[in-house]
Design a protein around this ligand. Structure first.
Ligand code: ADP
Ligand code: MG
Length: 702
């Protein structure tokens, strides 16, 4: 858009020569747009001028005064100078001192009117300002005595993040010059209908007021980023982000599946035969939404969210039966071999009496078995294949892949998801996650997806008692474990495995397992599992634990996701202070899966950080994964919430995903509304086609 006035390079701004332009550009500021969309991160109220007589020590105050006397004093330390001035208004006088600013002698000359702003201090000779900010009142252009809007005093003053070698005042001056030079009205990327519906402030006015607020805004509103001007600019950014997603979603919706499943009585009966229990109301709603999508001609892109143990697998399987009854193949991808094996065992059992053939394909499937599975998949004699990322490898081709389920999808890279989808014929895709995702992040990361949520748990689940226990009370914990084991239950004891100290941790997990076996629980069987073990050794341990041959499983976090042993009723987490909140929640979800009351013990070792204390407290207080996810987002911020795998988080310049959740919500709604009308304004269309991806730093999702 070269007609865009904001694309003007900063060097055309008054006071910016080639040298300063280069400085600015090194700091990431090249155009007016770069400069203006870097909003102040904080504001200070320097608008009220105080009579000097009313000043008290400790105040942060602004006064409008006249310079009475001024002198530069050399001190005994060589080269060290102090500039003293006395300022007076009608109510009184006050001293000001500046260290090492000899040039002030030429500026603050007696008789001049200035605004002084700073902290009022008290010393042996009375009140004074030390190194205050000043602004020459005659430069301010104001006539009134009491409110003189300048740039850094006498008003609500903006503060900017430091930008390279650009000083705060220079930035204020640049921004002032930039907003003053903006055409009126300023072209607006937001559609007129949106602006009217939400009664948004005009773009130019918002720009001016976000940088140089007028008296209509309070400093509290400003620092909460909720003045109409700030709201509008943040909304603008979020809307542009969301419109890109909404438009792509609409375009994807125009794709047509070659085979659209039918649902008739035969299909329903087939699904009912597979179902071992009654679905919860939440499962029913989710299943209905999924099947409705499947019956549409556009491919499904849906995220199924449900807390750990909510029963997502059966919902996905029932949908898979619908696909298979319609002659389509199903791929079911899990992030780990253990999880894939468990899904496979489960699904094979449930489908045992059906006519559908189920296979498992993982990295450790031996070559011969692998060939057999690949043949079955390519000929179509295998109806459902469960696997790890091995499913997306080259040798695997499907005859008629129509439905893809991706479990614990946040563990997969975008590329793997896309690769699996590409093996199908515009397949329906169902993503599942048991890491409940805070609503704003869902709106960001999964903006193009439709979301189903299972809010309830299957009946009969007993709440898990969670306690935070100091290492020094380890004996109490063993007593509890023994009590459970004696009642026939099983226990997990989890060790963190932090990469940098992998060896040490592995050693402590190994020693712990030996110690527990030999000295603490000699009458029970203890087994050890960790990520460095061979796959078949891990599988063997898991099988022994699931069958009850092992009562205590000492493990690193490899059991974190999805493992289902209903008889286990105790989860002890060693060094709980080292785990993230969502991970702790996942681990805790390994118990409480049967009919027994369960316990989760968070053992911590001092010293722990305040953050760690907060995390453990939050976990003990609630079992609602969505509440925990929101807390986790607040504690860790959006970048860390998913870890490094995520690529869908946008690069933002005005908005904040935690602070501005409500605005993201509004932008999401509005963008879908606009996209669903089927046309964009020419400017928006150009934006979505050419600039959207680059602006938000997004990787192509494919
Ligand atoms: P998640 O949502 O964490 O993947 P799963 O699908 O593994 O949960 O289900 C957890 C456990 O609950 C499984 O043992 C499953 O068989 C059981 N389950 C799921 N739905 C129901 C239900 N409606 N009634 C009884 N048990 C159920
Ligand atoms: Mg699961």
């Amino acid at each position: 858009m070269h007609d865009d006035p904001l694309s003007t390079p900063l060097q055309f701004l008054k006071g910016v020569g080639p040298r300063k332009a280069a400085d600015l550009s090194r700091a990431g500021l090249t155009t007016l747009e770069d400069l203006l969309y870097r909003l102040p991160f904080r504001y200070e109220d320097r608008s009220r001028m105080q009579p000097i007589a009313s000043l008290r020590p400790g105040m942060r105050a602004a006064v409008l005064a006249e310079v009475k006397t001024a002198n530069l004093v050399r001190t005994r330390r060589r080269g060290f100078v102090v500039f003293h001035a006395v300022m007076a208004d009608e109510s009184g006088a006050i001293r000001c001192t500046w260290m090492n600013q000899a040039f002030l002698r030429d500026i603050l000359v007696p008789g001049l009117r200035v605004v002084i702003f700073g902290d009022v201090k008290l010393d042996s000779s009375g009140l004074h300002f030390l190194n205050p900010e000043y602004e020459v009142a005659d430069d301010l252009g104001g006539e009134e005595e009491h409110v003189v809007p300048g740039l850094r005093t006498g008003r609500l003053v903006p503060f900017y993040e430091k930008t390279g070698s650009v000083t705060p005042n220079m930035q204020r001056r640049l921004v002032r010059a930039a907003v003053d030079g903006l055409p009126d009205p300023l072209p607006d990327p937001l559609p007129e209908s949106t602006r009217e519906r939400l009664a948004l402030m005009a773009r130019r006015e918002a720009m001016v007021l976000a940088h140089f607020p007028d008296a209509g805004a309070t400093v509290e509103q400003l620092n909460a980023f909720r003045t109409p001007a700030q709201w509008r600019l943040i909304f603008e950014e979020f809307f542009l982000f969301q419109i890109g997603h909404a438009w792509r979603r609409r375009s994807a919706g125009a794709e047509v599946k070659p085979f659209v499943p039918l649902v008739n009585d035969r299909v329903r009966e087939s699904a009912a035969r597979v179902l071992p229990f009654k679905l919860t109301p939440g499962q029913k709603v989710a299943l209905r939404e999924i099947v409705e999508d499947m019956r549409r001609s556009a491919p499904m892109h849906r995220l199924l969210q449900g807390d750990v143990g909510a029963g997502k697998t059966i919902v996905a399987l029932l949908a898979a039966v619908v696909a298979m009854e319609n002659g389509l193949q199903v791929a079911f991808m899990a992030p780990t071999e253990i999880l894939a094996a468990q899904h496979y065992a489960n699904i094979a059992r449930l489908l045992a009496t059906s006519r559908f053939r189920v296979d498992l394909l993982t990295g450790s499937t031996p070559a011969a078995g692998r060939l057999a599975v690949e043949t079955g998949v390519s000929r179509g004699t295998t109806h459902l294949v469960v696997g790890t990322h091995a499913l997306v490898q080259e040798g695997v081709t499907f005859r008629k892949l129509g439905f893809v389920v991706i479990d614990e999808q946040h563990r997969f890279g975008v590329a793997q998801r896309a690769a699996l989808r590409a093996k199908g014929l515009c397949p329906d895709v169902l993503l599942m996650t048991a890491t409940p995702i805070p609503r704003t992040l869902a709106l960001t990361e999964y903006s193009e997806l439709d979301v189903s949520k299972i809010p309830d748990l299957p009946p009969g689940r007993k709440p898990i008692q969670t306690r935070v226990v100091a290492e020094s009370r380890r004996e109490d914990v063993y007593r509890l474990v023994r009590h459970e084991l004696d009642a026939g239950r099983q226990a997990y004891i989890i060790y963190p495995l932090v990469e940098e100290s992998e060896k040490v941790d592995l050693k402590s997990a190994t020693e712990m397992a030996e110690h527990l076996q030999a000295e603490v629980f000699p009458g029970h069987r203890v087994a050890l599992m960790h990520g460095r073990m061979k796959q078949d050794a891990k599988d063997q341990v898991m099988r022994d634990f699931a069958a009850g041959r092992v009562q205590i499983l000492v493990s690193t976090t490899v059991v974190e996701v999805g493992v289902d042993v209903p008889n286990a009723s105790v989860m002890v987490i060693e060094h709980a202070e080292r785990f993230g909140l969502s991970q702790l929640h996942q681990l805790r979800g390994r118990v409480g899966r049967g009919e027994w009351a369960s316990h989760c013990i968070l053992l911590y070792q001092a010293p722990w950080t305040d953050d760690a204390r907060e995390r453990l407290k939050a976990l003990a207080e609630t079992q609602d994964g969505f509440v925990i996810a929101e807390r986790d987002l607040e504690l860790r911020g959006p970048g860390d919430f998913f870890g490094t795998r995520q690529s869908g988080l946008p690069r933002l310049r005005t908005g904040d995903l935690v602070r501005d959740r409500d605005i993201m919500e509004a932008a999401h709604r509005e963008a879908r509304l606009v996209a669903d009308t089927g046309t964009l304004t020419p400017a928006l269309q150009r934006y979505v086609d050419h600039r959207w991806q680059a602006q938000f730093g997004l990787i192509e999702v494919g």
